[in-house]
Ligand binder design. Structure first.
Ligand SMILES: Nc1ncnc2c1ncn2[C@@H]1O[C@H](COP(=O)(O)OP(=O)(O)OP(=O)(O)O)[C@@H](O)[C@H]1O
Ligand SMILES: [Zn+2]
Length: 463
């Protein structure tokens, strides 16, 4: 399988650190606002990428973090006059609401920065001991870029060029403008943790080096994120990690292109955003996913309502053809007997996605298969109906995470279903005993985390 690696600036063979396993770290949202469609792009892409790797036989571990302490979170908390934890907690819950509405599978780990502060402090101590970090007069601890000769390798820039041209936080306390904060001293009124350097909080980049190595090991396979993060975030993460462990960090770097609005990057801080949940009120999750996957993951995408609307029309055609196939066979489309066509299409899927995850070719093929399915429905060609239905729904759709049936989605939520069954059984027992305070407590608290329950004559239902 070939992927484009930002570090080597070209297509490379994906050779895992451990045979048969792929470990991926994807930079996640800073939780001070709702997800926008730009934030959803890496989620959609790497959800599909993981499904594909699993399809071809890898065991995949995918981590996406939540940055739950950061200047932007503190600003938001100050604006609202609430503790900073409340902002992070709220937007993590909202993240899960959006993930569910998007019908995206949860990743394997979703670590939060604030739960890794001890590990972050030990990590910085080690960098200091090794001579890569220094405490400045203002109490901040900085990484000394001049000590790390490989700085600039990932973003393919020379240190001299970086000094001009690129905006870095200038501070009179730094030895060099490119040095970046590992630890920030806190003011009295700011959230803080005790540390060997006084009260403070982690800088932005350190958390990802720490959480990735804690969960995936010092050297893992792929580090991913939007290409807005290549410099300085990923360059800095890599410098910290290699400086500390002396080993390779991520072997490969995959970066998705930006979703833009009128040519500008869509971002929370600019405010030019379309929230994912607002779009999901107007468009089915499959429309958004197909819209994103129909473009190669590395190119920029300009969004507009018109483009999404047109995508909606074509996605509906596919859904209709699948529904009609089900009606044709009275609700249950038999497994195809003639497998040659299926094999050919499967090979096409594998070769396209093995070529730097070329999802646009696969999406285009879904539309062709659906057109052929329609023709076959008209001519009552049973074998083609079975074949194309099976290929779209069970192979292409399940690899890209689109056109799934409700049963397929439920299967992915097996543990949640089992847990809810236990909770609802307990609640029913409480109601039989007339312990309504306790049963209402369960209902109200489930509601707070986004699970609604309803008592109906057929029993209690949840959503
Ligand atoms: N417009 C976009 N298109 C594609 N990916 C994006 C876009 N904006 C952010 N991302 C990606 O989404 C993930 C979470 O990003 P983040 O929380 O920093 O969002 P943001 O809108 O850029 O916020 P901020 O403006 O505060 O930096 C990162 O992997 C980032 O690269
Ligand atoms: Zn990161």
């Amino acid at each position: 399988m070939k992927i484009y690696d930002t570090l080597s600036a070209g297509l490379v063979d994906l050779v895992p650190v451990k045979e048969g396993e792929i470990k991926i770290y994807l930079c996640g949202p800073t939780v001070y606002n709702l997800l926008h469609i730009g934030n959803a792009r890496p989620i959609i892409i790497f959800d599909a990428f993981r499904r594909f790797l699993e399809y071809i036989g890898y065991k995949v571990t995918l981590v996406q973090n939540f940055t739950d302490i950061d200047d932007k979170i503190i600003d938001q908390a100050n604006k609202e006059k609430v503790p900073f934890e409340e902002v992070g907690k709220r937007y993590i819950i909202e993240y899960w609401r959006d993930m569910t509405a998007l019908k995206a599978r949860a990743f394997n780990f979703h670590p939060k920065t604030t739960t890794y502060v001890d590990e972050i402090i030990s990590y910085i101590k080690e960098l200091e001991e090794k001579g890569y970090a220094y405490k400045a007069e203002n109490g901040d601890v900085y990484f000394e870029v001049g000590k790390f000769s490989r700085y600039g390798e990932l973003s393919h820039r020379k240190i001299e060029d970086l000094k001009v041209g690129i905006r870095v936080e200038v501070s009179e306390y730094k030895k060099n403008p490119l040095d970046f904060a590992l630890w920030k001293a806190s003011r009295e009124d700011e959230p803080s943790w005790e540390s060997p350097w006084g009260k403070g909080r982690p800088g932005w980049h350190i958390e990802c080096s720490v959480m990735s190595s804690e969960i995936l090991g010092d050297t893992f396979d792929i580090h991913a994120g939007g290409n807005d993060l290549i410099f300085p975030h990923h360059e800095n993460e890599r410098a910290q990690a290699i400086a500390k462990s002396g080993k390779d960090f991520a072997r490969y770097w995959m970066h998705n292109g930006m979703i833009r609005m009128a040519q500008d990057k869509m971002s929370k801080s600019l405010g030019n955003v379309w929230y994912l949940r607002d779009l999901l009120k107007k468009f089915d999750s499959d429309v958004l996913k197909i819209f994103i996957l129909s473009k190669h993951y590395r190119i920029p995408i300009d969004v507009s309502e018109e483009l999404l609307h047109n995508q909606g029309v074509s996605v509906n055609r596919v859904k209709e053809s699948l529904n009609e196939a089900e009606e044709f066979f009275n609700g249950k489309v038999p497994y195809p007997q003639e497998m040659n066509h299926v094999k050919e299409q499967e090979e096409y899927l594998i070769s396209s996605l093995s070529n730097d995850f070329d999802t646009p070719s696969v999406v285009a093929r879904i539309f062709e298969l659906s057109r052929d399915l329609n023709k076959a429905l008209n001519s009552r060609d049973e074998e083609t109906i079975k074949n194309n239905y099976y290929i779209i729904r069970n192979i292409y759709g399940s690899v890209l995470g689109v056109f799934e049936t409700n049963e397929q989605i439920q299967k992915n939520n097996l543990e949640l279903n089992q847990l809810m069954e236990i909770i609802l059984n307990v609640r029913t027992a409480l109601r039989k005993e007339k312990l309504y305070n306790l049963s209402d407590y369960i209902r109200d608290n489930l509601s707070k985390i986004g699970i609604e329950i309803k008592d109906t004559p057929e029993g209690t239902k949840w959503s």
